[in-house]
Each structure stands twice: as C-alpha cells, then as structure tokens.
Design a protein around this ligand. Structure first.
Ligand code: NAP
Length: 499
C-alpha cells in the first residue's frame, strides 16, 4: 500500500473533500513514492478562508517573533537535509548532490529571511516642513497564493514561503503535481517549528482545478508563480482582469559565451555543469554556447566528447552523472526538439535519443545531446527545451556574441568566459539578462542577491533573494506625522520658510 499524504489546512492534515488522490512516481524507477489529495476549488476555498482568519493575528505578531519560527524551521530543514535530499532524488530525479543543494538553498533562504525579522527596513527621510516626520513602512498583503514547479521542489517554494511569512502574510501553497510528497514533508517542518494554524496552508493537486482556483479566489491578494511561460502568461492575464498582484518567474534560454582568449578547460567544465546538471531542467540551465571562431571547433569537439561520457542513471547511485527527466511528456518534448534541430539543418554531434539500456528502461531518460552549427534564428536556439540539449552557435566576435545572447525572448542568466578584463566589463554592461556570470557557468545563484530575468522570463519582480524579494510580498505605506500643532500645507507653505 502506498503511503497517503494529506493537505494541511488550518493546522490540520486533511484529505480532499472529494476523497480523491493522485500518485507521485519516481522518474528514475517508476516506483510509487506516495499518493496525495487531488484538491479542487472547495479545498482551496477552505485553505484560503483559514489563511484569511489567521491573518490579523499573524500580521500583528512582531516580526522578530515571526522570524524565530522561521529560524526554527530553517534549522529543522538543516537537520533533515540528508533525508529530504534523498526523498527529493526519489520524487524529482536530480542526482543526490544536487538534491542536497536544493535543500541547502532552503536553509540559506530561511536563515536570511529570519535575519529580516530584525531588519525589514523601511524609509526615514526628512520632511520639507518643520516639526514633521516622514517615513515609510512595509505592510503585508494579506493572503498570498503560491504556485511552484517541480524542478526545485524545496528551493523555489522557500524563496516564496519564507519572505511571505516574515513580512506578515498568510498563505496557501499549491505545489507541482509531480512533487507533492516533498511539499508535505516541507510543510511538516513549519508545523513542528511552531507556526500557528492557518498561517501556512497546503493544497496538492493539478494546475486545473487547484492552481486555477487559487488564482480565482477573491481573497487571494497576490499570486507568486514560478513555472512555464505558457501558464505564467495565462495567470498574468487573469490576475490583470481580477485586479490582483502577480509575480512571475518563468523560463530561460541561457547562453554561455566563450571568447577566443578564454581558459577553455574552465569553460568546458562550466558548460557541462550548466547544460547537463539537473538533466538540463533548471530555469538557468545553459542551452546555448556562443563561441568565437578560433576556438569553435576545438570547444565543440571537447563538449561532445565530455557529454558522451556522462553516465545516465538513478540519482541515488554515486556512479550517476545525469538523472532522469521528470516524466514521459518531458522526454517526448526533448526528443521533439531533436527532430526540429535535425530538420532545421543543425549538426547532431552526440545524443539525440532516449536512454533505454538496462535499468534506464524503467525511467524517463534522455541522452545528453549536443548540436553544432546552430543558427541564432533556429527554434533550437530560441525556444526553451528544458532538457539535456545544447546548441552551439558561432559568433564573429564579442559584440556579435552579446547580440546573439540578447536576441531571445528570455532573459534569465548568461555567462562569459574571457581572460580579458575589459571584455568582461563590456559584457557586464551590455548583456541584458537578470543574472550575469564572469568565468562561471549560468547556474549557481546565492540567496542574498535578487533572482529573476528580463524580457519573457518575468514581469519585473525579483524573488529568490536579496532585498527586492520583500517588495513582492509587501505594500509600501508612507506615514507623515505632523507635530507642529498647526496646519502645514506641503508644496504650498514651503515658500515662507525660505528667507
Ligand atoms: P508549469 O507547467 O507552468 O507549472 C508550474 C505550476 O503551475 C505547477 O504547480 C502547475 O501545476 C501549475 N499550473 C498549471 N496550470 C495552471 C493553471 N491554469 N493555473 C494555475 N496553476 C497552474 O511549469 P513546470 O513544468 O512545473 O516548471 C518548469 C518551468 O518552470 C520551466 O519553464 C522553467 O524555466 C520554469 N522555472 C522558472 C524559474 C525561475 O525562477 N525563473 C525557476 C524554476 C523553474 P501542475 O504541476 O499540476 O501542472
């Protein structure tokens, strides 16, 4: 019998009102990981109502007290890092070292946001009038709706849950249908850390109806969404119609630029790690290499050679370099792009097929794939594939490389390998992505800086860390205190002050 998991509503673990459940499977082996509630609109409504009831008390709980609970939760995540990491590999597939990194990011974010409990800086500025005080503080929004993807099933929710809580919001979380068990284990930690009932509520289930019901609910003031462009755009349109705030963190088509003067061994390590880590299923994964002519052939051969040697397998085995894709649809999509690349006339150097040998037959594996002679306008070079598929594009020089980098409808992460400091600084100035790396791959952000992208990657918000994440989850409230005891008119009575 598969273990059954439950929604967390108003501090209680409950089944969906319909009693329906859905299965979560290990993408490497097909093993059943567990069953979770298939929630519908009425479950979401119960969760939102619980969050709304809990809001008044939580927002009035002093931020340092809120932060103590957050700190305790982050500490529990740290204590359970190994167990959570192993579960993460079982349910989502990424290799264990990366799964442990996913969990560590939640520890980092929790600790960072616990610190915010004693900071939450506002603004204090001089007034233009005498005997008047001018300042601005952050107010929570109320009930916030959090919708997350499966590829960082602990880290991405932590980027949203910790800042939402420290700023005094209550929330309802709808995790991805592929990783519900991890969501339950993460929420159990908040319960153990002492979070009051109703402050954090979990509803598992499908995007439609559960995610959609969260977007639609009139008491939800903000949708913080991380996922695909397609769904993000639908949600943004709906939120605009409903007059609701929405924060979007969407897809990427990230590139590594390699110039003739680069340290090629260093670049090669960064490319392999960024393109094939997490089987290419990171929003920051490198899916393009843009290379200048003198090193093109050598680099392409080296990438193909290294990619061919990567070992596919179950992420729990120490011999595995690359784990499975999340499900069979993902395998079909990646293979579809292999067909597109071939059809467009790109040169397939390695991979381009499913991994089906031995135990791989039980999971959703795709061989690391490298295309050379890709033109910047090809679909292979423009669209997010979200798998282990890399396109090599030749550029004339640094200006051409940066132009190609900036010419996609995504703007999350980019990197440049060069030993010329002037070129590095030119790239820092001219690359138009939200994250830029010099002599490092496209992945590996840290929580103390903003995370997010330009163009189609989002709508201008930044989550994942840094002070701007607080802007997503708060409203600014400007407060003027006039202690002059008389009527003072801003912009009008100021002239008389100048003698
Ligand atoms: P997705 O298909 O867009 O799903 C994301 C979440 O939205 C899931 O929980 C999904 O539920 C839910 N959902 C689906 N339809 C919905 C609807 N109509 N209304 C409300 N919610 C709905 O994305 P994914 O495949 O899980 O994740 C991969 C994508 O996320 C990639 O594009 C990747 O680049 C992006 N990503 C971006 C970042 C970033 O910070 N920029 C980070 C990580 C991932 P179901 O699971 O039931 O479909």
């Amino acid at each position: 019998m598969a273990q059954e998991y439950f929604n967390y509503i108003d501090g209680k673990w409950v089944a969906a009102a319909s009693g329906k459940t859905f299965a979560s499977h290990n993408p490497a082996t097909g093993e059943l990981v567990g069953r979770a509630p298939e929630s519908e609109a009425q479950d979401v409504a119960r969760a939102v109502e619980a969050a709304a009831r809990a809001f008044e008390k939580w927002r009035k709980t002093p931020a340092p007290r809120r932060a103590e609970i957050i700190h305790a939760a982050a500490d529990l995540v740290r204590t359970r890092k190994q167990a959570l990491g192993e579960l993460l590999t079982r349910e989502m597939g990424k290799v264990l070292s990366e799964a442990l990194g996913d969990v560590q990011e939640a520890v980092d974010m929790g600790m960072y946001m616990a610190g915010e409990g004693r900071r939450l800086n506002g603004l204090l500025v001089p007034s233009e009038l005498p005997n008047k005080w001018a300042m601005a503080v952050r107010d929570p929004l109320g009930v916030v709706g959090i919708i997350t993807p499966w590829n960082f099933p602990i880290a991405v929710p932590s980027w949203k849950i910790f800042p939402a809580l420290v700023t005094g919001n209550t929330l309802v979380w709808k995790p991805a249908e592929d990783t519900p068990v991890l969501a339950v284990e993460f929420v159990k930690i908040f319960e153990e850390a002492g979070l009051p009932p109703g402050v954090l509520n979990l509803v598992t289930g499908y995007g439609v109806p559960a995610g959609e019901a969260l977007v639609e609910h009139p008491q939800v003031k903000l949708i913080s969404f991380t996922g695909s462009n397609e769904i993000g755009k639908t949600i943004a349109i709906r939120c605009a119609q409903l007059g609701k705030r929405v924060s979007l963190e969407l897809g990427g088509k990230n590139a590594i630029i390699v110039l003739d003067d680069a340290d090629l061994d260093l670049a090669l390590d960064g490319i392999i790690w960024s393109a094939f880590g997490t089987s290419g299923q990171r929003c920051t994964a490198a899916s393009r290499v843009i290379v200048t002519p003198n090193v093109h052939t050598k680099l392409a051969e080296s990438i193909a050679d290294r990619a061919a040697k990567l070992r596919l397998g179950n992420g729990l085995l120490p011999t595995t370099d690359v784990g499975p894709l999340i499900n069979q649809d993902a395998v079909t999509k990646v293979h579809h792009y292999t067909d597109i690349g071939r059809g467009e006339g790109a040169a397939l150097l390695v991979g381009g097929e499913r991994g089906t040998e031995g135990d791989l037959a039980h999971g959703h594996f795709y061989k690391p794939t490298v295309f050379d002679r890709v033109l910047p306008t090809m679909r292979l070079a423009q669209e997010e594939i979200f798998g282990p598929s890399l396109a090599i594009i030749r550029a004339r020089d640094i200006d051409d490389a940066i132009r190609i980098n900036n010419s996609v409808n995504f703007g999350l992460s980019a990197s440049i390998y060069t030993s010329n400091v002037n070129k590095a600084f030119a790239a820092m100035r001219d690359v138009t992505t939200g994250i830029v790396y010099i002599n490092a791959g496209t992945i590996g952000s840290e929580v103390q800086l903003p995370f997010g992208g330009t163009r189609g990657t989002g709508n201008g918000h930044r989550e994942g860390g840094g002070p701007p994440v607080l802007d997503v989850f708060t409203e600014w409230k400007s407060i003027y205190v006039d202690y002059s005891g008389r009527l003072q008119r801003a912009q009008i009575d100021t002239d008389s002050l100048v003698q």
